[in-house]
Design a binder for this molecule. Structure first.
Ligand code: DPP
Ligand code: ZN
Length: 885
């Protein structure tokens, strides 16, 4: 097993200036003829060997240098690649022919078939599954691609760039030729061939060029692409307006495929999407789906500049394009919808999942230092924490300064493969700032802990905030070391803040010896311990810190009382911190309930009834009401519960849910009535309409917990009468929560029959059943694997069924280990089919150290069983071996 390390980077000894690819697509065998113009990239006195990456499934058929077949003693071919021992001096032409079997490729990397159509996925290292090549992002070539296939089976033949030729070929075949004028690394190469329908639109760029926009799907799905098309047009316009970035070709294609490991892929001018992120109509897709489609269509489009025009030097720099592009798609979605709601959603996800990753055996910096399989590093850390790090620049430099930095970044690096250091330098130079204090965010793993103590002096009217970065120095207890990084240095933490007076008004801010700052400031905390003294503070204020979650840290405000939190909830001008105050209250409540239950063996026995939560609900408004009654995720709570019992925590959640439902019943019923859609009302995907549906459905979920037959009756009625998928699937989920009684199986069957022909809708049906907390559900999930709605070769199917199952505390964490054993079986079975999907499944075990001793032992036993299996993929091996360390 080979490990790649950042410190080992060396420039490639050769470059590929241009490549001409000829694909002869066949039913079983596909021939790929690649002709490369190779340039030396080494000292003239040297003749280093040329290594081209390959893979087991690619069969070498011919190698020619400058038109002549290469004698066998001059090259060596192994499964890892092809070595030319003594390439010619100077520039030369290298031709390589290979044979592949796309129809047998279940890894869904390289060239494969999905539903009978050909498509590719090359990021990170899939191009080597197509032909021998210098498969590294700092080798940027110009591509010409000829595709030839049977005309009846594959009427549509697509690749990157512009269509420059087409025609008939022998035997009922035809071809197209594509030329991409922009240099690119091979991970951005794409090919699609098959029987597809197309919907077309146009976009006129800011300089007046007309761009043809085309979305391709199978015939059955073509009526569901309008929303994705509108999202694409909105993202093109947004990038012009916000970043001054214009699209650079006359054609932009999106193709939807059902079998796809990731969400989508930004291949130059030929984006390939998982169909669940393209296809949507109100009857088949939820508000969440619409939001994700808008975000991901934007994300992939934005990559055209942040990723494609400027790309990564090596894969360790992945966050250079991903963190930045996630930041861009988050901002886009915030501008299109409700900015505060979007921020709360993003932060919840970060804290529930990325913080957990940062706290486990796979913890890595946003720029990892080594990997066995790069595929394992398309993580929440690289993406979501990476986006938060981009947000730090914005917090420090302001929006205008951030834009200046972006402009310089493109000015300097267009057409290049660069590093995170280059990005930091562009941001710093454009603003004349020393940003070196931000660099540590790229190299340190783990979530910094920031504690704050405050002191008010009535005598001299000063207010002092003392910050401690507990993740550095020697304070063992608060210091979270991560694998390979026992100690940490302080980082730059921008703390956006304000002070609230006792009457709720904002205190004007003036730091000792400084100017008036207005009512909000960004404090730059850079040292292990640092204090800020505010002057002229008339009365002891309540601090509002880390507004908008201005840095991805765990913050503790020492001595913060429930009254302080309720004061923030009522008066803070920062909507994120208003929500946060309620969230902190809810976390305190759930932890207290859990501790009491642990002591007394009785959930809720101490009469902790959620009064604080009732206050929270009363004090927030509009879109936030739905969030205000959303309880924190278990993973967020476990951070402070050593050796947690996940089932007890689940019972606490259930208890609190019932308690809140009972206490808030009139308010919840009013929320349902006030936010219900009017008869005949058209579905709209707007911030306001989504907020109404979210609150209504959240309220119904709570009411369902009452187990009242009247509520069940109402839910059934709503389920049958739903006019959009958001309401339909929520009613079904609420029925499940209500225990469903005899109504649930019939409803599930009815749902299946209604949507039998719609695999994307059936994913929801699978996930809902897989995640059920009815004890012993593992048997039902095993049975579902044999159901016609489930396909083990389809990643979406696996994500719904298996990851859905892993989200059930009762069944995944069943005390008898049956849930763990099931997931162990799944990992081993999947590893023979699709390494990337198998390695996503094994991640369910990586949190094992958070649980009680018995569960740790059971989870560890499954990891060991996987580890002991012959022929494990590198993907799964990497995660399992790190977990067992
Ligand atoms: N397709 C993945 C993404 O866009 C990897 N580039 O994030
Ligand atoms: Zn991306």
């Amino acid at each position: 097993t080979l490990r790649a390390a950042l410190q080992d980077y060396t420039p490639p000894p050769y470059l590929i200036d241009s490549v001409h690819l000829n694909f002869l697509l066949g039913d079983t065998v596909t021939r790929v003829e690649s002709c490369m113009q190779v340039l030396p990239n080494h000292a003239a006195s040297e003749r280093p060997p040329l290594f081209l990456h390959g893979c087991e499934d690619v069969k070498l058929v011919a190698v020619k240098v400058n038109g002549e077949s290469l004698p066998v003693e001059q090259y060596e071919v192994e499964s890892s690649g092809l070595t030319l021992k003594t390439p010619p001096a100077g520039a030369f032409e290298l031709e390589v022919h290979t044979d592949l079997h796309p129809d047998q490729n279940t890894s869904l990397e390289g060239l494969y078939t999905s539903g009978g159509n050909f498509c590719t996925q090359c990021e990170a290292e899939g191009f080597r599954g197509i032909t021998f090549f210098m498969d590294r992002p700092d080798v940027m070539a110009k591509y010409t691609t000829r595709i030839e296939a049977d005309k009846a089976a594959c009427p549509v033949l697509l690749s990157n760039g512009n269509l420059v030729g087409s025609g008939e070929a022998e035997g009922g075949r035809h071809f197209t030729v594509w030329e991409d004028p922009f240099r690119k690394p091979c991970y951005l190469f794409a090919l699609v061939a098959g029987d597809l329908c197309m919907k077309e639109d146009t976009f006129t760029t800011c300089s007046g060029r007309s761009v043809a926009l085309r979305i391709f799907t199978r015939a059955h799905d073509i009526g569901r692409v309008d929303f994705a098309m509108q999202s694409l047009k909105r993202s093109m316009k947004w990038d012009e307006e916000v970043f001054g970035l214009e699209y650079d070709l006359d054609l932009f294609n999106i193709v939807a495929v059902d079998d796809f490991n990731m969400g989508a892929m930004e291949n130059k001018s030929l984006n390939i999407f998982n169909s669940r992120l393209v296809l949507a109509t109100p009857d088949t897709a939820t508000d969440g789906d619409f939001g994700r489609i808008e975000g991901v269509v934007g994300h992939e489009y934005f990559h055209n500049w942040t990723g494609n025009r400027v790309t990564c030097r090596d894969w360790f720099q992945l966050t250079l394009k991903e963190g930045l592009t996630v930041y861009r798609d988050q901002e886009f979605s915030a501008d299109m919808n409700s900015r505060p709601v979007r921020r709360v959603e993003d932060v919840c996800r970060l804290r529930a999942a990325q913080f957990q990753e940062d706290n486990g055996p796979m913890a890595h910096p946003i720029r990892p230092e080594s990997y066995i399989k790069m595929d394992n590093f398309y993580t929440l850390t690289v993406y979501e924490k990476g986006a938060e790090v981009i947000r730090l620049y914005e917090a420090v430099l302001g929006k205008a300064g951030f834009r200046k930095g972006m402009d310089l970044y493109f000015q300097r690096h267009d057409g290049q493969a660069v590093t995170c250091d280059d990005f930091l330098a562009a941001m710093a130079d454009a603003n004349g700032e020393d940003l070196s204090a931000l660099a540590k965010w790229y190299s340190q793993a783990g979530t910094p802990r920031l504690s704050v103590a405050a002191e008010y002096s009535p005598a001299d009217k000063t207010y002092t905030l003392r910050f401690k970065q507990a993740s550095c120095g020697a304070r063992r207890l608060l210091l979270p070391p991560t694998p390979g990084q026992p100690t940490k240095d302080p980082v730059l933490i921008p703390v956006r803040m304000g002070l609230l007076a006792p009457d709720g008004g904002e205190v004007p801010l003036k730091l000792r010896g400084g100017e008036m700052l207005g009512s909000e400031a960004v404090l730059r905390v850079t040292k292990a311990e640092q204090e800020f003294v505010f002057e002229g503070v008339e009365q002891a204020p309540v601090p509002s810190l880390l507004r908008g979650f201005s840095a991805p840290v765990h913050m503790t405000v020492e001595g913060q009382s429930d009254e302080d939190l309720l004061h923030l909830l009522a008066h803070d001008t920062d909507s994120f911190n208003r929500w946060e105050a309620g969230h902190v209250l809810a976390k305190k409540l759930m932890r207290a309930l859990y501790a009491a239950a642990k002591d007394s063996n009785e959930v809720g026995g101490r009469g902790l009834g959620g009064t604080g939560m009732v206050c929270v609900y009363a004090r927030v408004d509009g879109a936030f009401k739905a969030f205000a009654i959303s309880l924190p995720e278990n993973s967020e709570l476990m951070d402070k519960i050593p050796e947690a019992d996940p089932i007890l925590l689940h019972e606490v959640r259930e208890f609190l849910t019932r308690q809140l439902a009972a206490r808030l019943r009139p308010e919840l019923e009013a929320a349902v009535a006030e936010n219900d859609s009017a008869p005949g009302e058209q579905y709209e995907f707007t911030a306001a309409a989504c907020a109404r549906r979210a609150l209504k459905n959240k309220a119904l979920g709570y009411l369902a917990a009452l187990g009242d037959p009247g509520v069940t009756e109402q839910l059934l009625h709503r389920f049958r009468g739903a006019t959009n998928m958001t309401d339909e699937i929520n009613a079904l989920a609420a029925l499940d929560r209500a225990g469903g009684g005899s109504a649930l199986p019939a409803a599930l069957t009815g749902f299946y029959q209604k949507w039998e022909q719609e695999p994307l809708v059936l994913l929801k049906w699978l996930a809902l059943q897989a995640g059920s907390n009815v004890a012993g559900n593992v048997a039902a999930v095993r049975r579902l694997m044999a159901h016609p709605a489930f396909h083990i070769t389809n990643p979406n199917s696996c994500y719904s069924l298996f990851l859905g199952f892993a989200r059930s505390p009762v069944n995944f964490h069943a005390a008898d280990g049956s849930g763990y054993e099931f997931m162990g079986d799944v990992v081993l079975q999947l590893d023979k089919i699709n390494h990337q999907v198998a390695s996503r499944m094994v991640s369910a075990f990586t949190t094992f150290k958070n649980y009680d001793q018995q569960r740790q032992a059971l989870m560890r036993a499954q990891l060991q069983r996987i580890m002991d299996t012959e022929g494990l993929s590198d993907n799964v091996f990497e995660i399992v071996s790190k977990s067992l360390k």
